[in-house]
Design a protein around this ligand. Structure first.
Ligand SMILES: [Zn+2]
Ligand SMILES: [Zn+2]
Length: 152
């Protein structure tokens, strides 16, 4: 098994589940993806490996419940990305209302500002924040540029 998958094997087995080959394949896809994928998109990649759509849904649900994946809900569709051992640091999302893409806003400076804001919110409200789920809605830079040309 891929070394990169070892920490996930531990989490899954600690919870009494089996880290099946299907799970390894699905997780590896999400780990390597630069996009946010939904179940159907993952299914398209794995269907020739004899993995059914129901299995994809079931495994994604398990990964999410175990805190391995982050789920982003956009227009009733769940998109997934790594929550732990991610190659990307904490980031905020923009959903483009024109092309439906979910874009990562992951400038390092912004992350630090965001963590500071987290601290303030925690202290002011006496709460503990374990995760963030902010999705800005707007236009991605490509669609924004397109609009500019059209309006001229
Ligand atoms: Zn767009
Ligand atoms: Zn993201």
């Amino acid at each position: 098994m891929d070394r990169e998958l070892v920490p996930f094997k531990k989490i899954i087995e600690r919870n009494g589940n089996i880290f099946t080959l299907q799970k390894q394949i699905i997780l590896k896809i999400i780990l390597e993806s630069k996009e946010h994928l939904n179940a159907k998109e993952i299914y398209k990649i794995v269907k020739d490996k004899n993995i059914g759509l129901a299995t994809v849904y079931r495994n994604l649900k398990e990964f999410h419940e175990l805190g391995i994946l982050k789920e982003l809900n956009v227009n009733g569709i769940s998109y997934y990305e790594m929550k732990i051992y991610s190659r990307k640091p904490l980031h905020i999302h923009l959903k483009c209302y024109k092309c439906d893409n979910i874009i990562d806003i992951d400038s390092r400076g912004l992350n630090l500002e965001y963590l500071k804001l987290n601290k303030i919110i925690e202290e002011k409200n006496n709460i503990e924040i374990s995760d963030i789920d902010i999705i800005f809605i707007g236009l991605c830079s490509e669609c924004k540029e397109e609009g500019k040309w059209r309006d001229q």
